[in-house]
Design a protein around this ligand. Structure first.
Ligand code: GLY
Ligand code: MN
Length: 464
């Protein structure tokens, strides 16, 4: 081999590893995906099923300009492959251990396109994935479909929300004489794995949460001198980006004054006025895992007397909810406790009238606290798992589950209360891991007491 050839080969190898490495943010180990595929494969084997799992579609926003691409969560869960045009096919075959069981169809590299896009991963990188029997070109999938799916009782599918693939596959299956009789969606199987997080997943969540917290604290320190909600949003999202985050896990909610009372306000165009509150519900995504943190601060740096009372009530409710998180507790337990604390507090403040029990049983507290307290958190900000277990009963918490605890009180101008309470919207949200002994608040480091927030925002801390 000439020196020139050796150099060319080395450059090719570096190119291959860069191409894959560059497109990832973070570093989930490859064996994590191999382990997940192995578990899934065993379940499929038991069901006499094969599986087809498709990647997310990409969208052209305007000619030759795509919308930012984000891989489908079920596909990334099983493959770690962040690129469009991928299909994972699992065909268990207990009779013949030499038989191909795991195939990835991926887009081949296109040197002409790479002039525009820079290097992408292709067949060679897919073939190098652990515990993968073969990589094939994406456009060969339908040629091989019939052969791959024949002989099974059941076909398990995830379309990755790709409507075109769904249509093409349905059409092909209609004409297939050897298709399995039962066809079911993969989501129902995968969500039971995704509900329980591994050590690696918890590390990714912790990193997303740490970055979210640091970016929020950066924002706290400049809010008193900002003029608009979008400036606070910019500071938070700049904090994400400068710490290596590819994108937020969901659109940032940054609402001041009356906008703090809209639950999923995303305009973020309003003015910041001293005396009002600013509610920020934000989350960085790391390695595809999303944080979800809400903090509410006074724009001036000091809570007014009414804001103090409402804020402390939400915080007490949140702490009571978090305290109840432990293995064996019902998923609704944090919500039930938060409702009790908030309803009792609102009666004490004269904002609700009547017996606490009645206000709860008749759901009258919903005038001011109109959402649930928790959702699952993971690859998706509202993560899979459902709120009823597969047996139809309420979920019982188990070690490895991660949920948010996020009560709130929202008082709008439409509410029939003394105007001094108007336009106070407070939500406090933390991300909580169920452990074998109880729980760990993954976002415990992010300030939330009145004293800690006011101290961070006092003039000597407010960054010029
Ligand atoms: N972070 C938005 C939500 O939990 O709905
Ligand atoms: Mn949330």
């Amino acid at each position: 081999m000439s020196n020139k050839t050796v150099v060319q080969l080395l450059l090719l190898l570096i190119g291959v590893s860069l191409a894959f490495g560059m497109s990832k943010a973070g570093d989930l180990p490859a064996d994590e995906f191999a382990r997940r595929r192995a578990i899934f494969l065993n379940e499929l084997r038991d069901l006499d099923a094969c599986a087809i799992i498709h990647s997310a579609p990409y969208f052209e926003r305007i000619i030759a300009t795509e919308s930012p691409y984000r891989q489908d969560s079920d596909f990334i869960y099983l493959t770690g492959w962040p690129f469009a045009e991928g299909i994972l096919v699992i065909t268990p075959n207990p009779a013949d251990s030499e038989q191909v069981e795991v195939t990835m169809f991926v887009a081949e590299r296109d040197p002409k396109m790479e002039i525009w896009t820079g290097p992408k991963a292709g067949l060679a990188e897919a073939a190098a994935l652990e515990e993968l029997d073969q990589a094939q070109p994406y456009d060969k999938f339908f040629d091989q479909l019939e052969k791959m799916i024949s002989g099974y009782d059941r076909l398990v599918i995830s379309y990755g929300n790709d409507a075109e693939f769904q249509m093409d596959l349905s059409e092909a299956l209609k004409h297939s004489s050897r298709r399995p009789t039962l066809v079911q969606e993969a989501a129902a199987l995968l969500r039971s794995y995704r509900l329980i997080k591994s050590e690696t997943e918890i590390k990714a969540l912790e990193k997303a949460i740490r970055i979210t917290g640091e970016s929020l604290v950066d924002a706290f320190k400049i809010i008193p001198r900002l003029g608009f909600e979008y400036e606070a949003q910019a500071e938070i999202e700049y904090g994400f980006k400068k710490r290596g985050v590819v994108r937020p896990g969901f659109p940032s909610i940054v609402g001041a004054g009356k906008n703090s009372t809209y639950l999923h306000y995303e305009d973020n165009r309003g003015a910041l006025v001293a005396g009002d509150l600013l509610l920020m519900d934000v989350g960085a995504e790391w390695d595809f895992y999303s944080a979800d943190i809400s903090r509410t601060v006074p724009i001036s740096g000091i809570f007014s007397p009414e804001q103090t009372l409402i804020y402390q009530l939400v915080l007490d409710a949140q702490l009571a909810g978090i305290e109840s998180v432990k293995p064996g507790a019902a998923f609704r337990e944090p919500h039930n406790l938060a409702v009790e604390v908030i309803t009792t507090g609102l009666v004490d403040l004269g904002l609700l009238e009547g017996q606490v029990d009645t206000l709860i049983s008749q759901k009258i507290y919903r005038k001011f606290f109109m959402h649930g307290t928790s959702h699952w958190l993971g690859l998706d900000v509202h993560d899979v798992g459902g709120y009823l277990a597969p047996d139809g009963q309420p979920h019982i918490l188990k070690a490895g589950m991660v949920l948010t605890v996020e009560p709130g009180i929202y008082i709008s101008e439409a509410d029939d209360v003394d105007p001094r309470w108007w336009n106070i919207g407070v939500r406090i949200e933390d991300d909580v891991l169920v452990t074998t002994k109880g729980h760990r608040v993954l976002s415990a480091a992010i300030p939330k007491t009145i004293k800690d927030i006011e101290t961070l925002m006092q003039p000597s801390n407010v960054k010029k």
